[in-house]
Design a protein around this ligand. Structure first.
Ligand SMILES: [Fe+2]
Length: 410
């Protein structure tokens, strides 16, 4: 989202981008649900629209049944289908979902141009745009699982990735003094409720790597038997490794290749490692002689960094090697891969959920998940910021997730 956009221009841009992301897909592609975690593209197209109709317009005029079909998890807004059964909804068909989008778009645009939206509804509209951007990333991670787990592993579409091979970027550490620090979003400007309030926190001196863990390091971990060594793993992680038979990150193949949204290609040792679970991130950091940073350390370290990594707008849809020289002082932090932190997803001191049904947006998920920071190559540019808190359960690895090493400083 960009501040200079009018709300109407931002609405049109975000809504068009979602449709453009679905354009390379067939109708069949858009109905399949590959796991309970991932949702069909068609569901994302409809659910993001339902959000505006239910929470901004306030009346479900197009089809009242859509309230039950496309409500995700809002208890305050009535019945809904099980998350794991979204792929069973073949009716409405894709054409009717696009008709739904057009109908709601016309009503929202009329409300914006006639000035009939009150300030609270305009705030919910702005939230709806950030919400839709979150689903844009999910459209990509979820279709990657649809396509990447079928026998022929077809590409989502041809991508303009043309990296020249480069040496693995050197691993260097920057040290930070610690002390009493402020983290969280300031009270002005858009942020999700879980980023607030800005508050004080105490940090001991620490060091943070200049780049995320790269494939070369994962290859070393595998070669030294990391996936077979229980002493490197958290107990829950080791149980998951054995139960799910993990031997490499998700989408890695035995022949030295991996699946990307552009199709199968060779594993590039210099790329940030992606599709790591929290458990793998934790084990890799331990094997490399460090640990994962806390979210406070991460936010303090990156507060002055430019948000200039690779985002979905760069049309790579895969993380890129760092181009920073070892002595550069900057950190490759935004975009490319979300970074698991050692911090459990919990409310900040003084956290207040949004009023009404939207109080369910973030707050009720604050148990059993880890915080991730920084955005990825599938995140829309401008969507993330230093205070942004993403969260997933520790075994999740179908998201574009990686890790960075931190160390204590004596
Ligand atoms: Fe949603």
């Amino acid at each position: 989202m960009h501040d200079h956009d009018s709300l109407l221009a931002a609405y049109r841009r975000v809504r068009a981008r979602t449709v453009a992301l679905s354009a390379p897909l067939s109708a069949e592609d858009q109905v399949v649900q590959p796991s309970a975690d991932a949702s069909p593209t068609k569901w994302h197209l409809a659910h993001t629209t339902w959000f505006f109709e239910e929470l901004v317009l306030g009346e479900l005029r197009f089809d009242p049944a859509f309230r039950m079909l496309f409500n995700s998890y809002y208890e305050a807004l009535g019945q809904r289908i099980d998350r794991a059964r979204r792929g069973l909804v073949t009716r409405p068909d894709l054409a009717r979902v696009h008709a739904y989008r057009s109908d709601v778009d016309a009503r929202i645009e009329r409300a914006l141009t006639t000035g009939s939206l009150e300030p609270p509804a305009r705030s919910r509209l702005e939230l709806g745009l950030h919400h839709e951007q979150q689903h844009q990333e999910l459209i990509l991670t979820d279709i990657k699982q649809v396509l990447g787990e079928q026998p022929l592993q077809p590409a989502y579409r041809e991508l303009s990735v043309s990296d020249t091979p480069r040496a693995t970027p050197a691993l260097a550490y920057r040290t930070f003094a610690g002390g009493i620090v402020d983290i969280g979003a300031a009270s002005q400007g858009f942020a999700f409720d879980n980023e607030r309030p800005r508050h004080r926190s105490i940090v001991e001196p620490f060091a943070l790597a200049n780049r995320p863990i790269v494939n070369a390091e994962v290859l070393g971990f595998i070669a030294e038997g990391g996936y077979r060594e229980p002493r490197l793993w958290l107990a829950d992680g080791w149980d998951t490794v054995r139960h799910d038979g993990w031997r490499a990150p998700m989408y890695w193949r035995d022949d030295g290749t991996l699946y990307t949204l552009g199709g199968v290609r060779a594993i590039d040792p210099s790329e940030p490692a992606c599709h790591l679970s929290y458990y793998e991130a934790d084990a890799l950091a331990r094997w490399l002689g460090g640990r994962l940073p806390t979210e406070v350390e991460w936010e303090v370290a990156v507060a002055e960094q430019p948000t200039n990594g690779h985002f979905a707008d760069d049309d790579r849809f895969h993380p890129a090697p760092s181009t920073l020289a070892a002595g550069d002082g900057r950190l490759q932090v935004f975009g490319d891969v979300w970074e698991w932190t050692a911090s459990a997803y919990a409310p900040y001191p003084g956290f207040r959920p949004l009023p009404g049904a939207l109080g369910e947006y973030n707050g009720k998920f604050m148990s059993g998940q880890q915080v991730l920071r920084g955005g990825s190559c599938l995140t829309p540019r401008g969507h993330v910021r230093a205070s942004y808190r993403n969260f997933f359960p520790p075994a999740a690895r179908w998201q574009m997730t990686g890790a960075r090493i931190a160390k204590d400083v004596a």
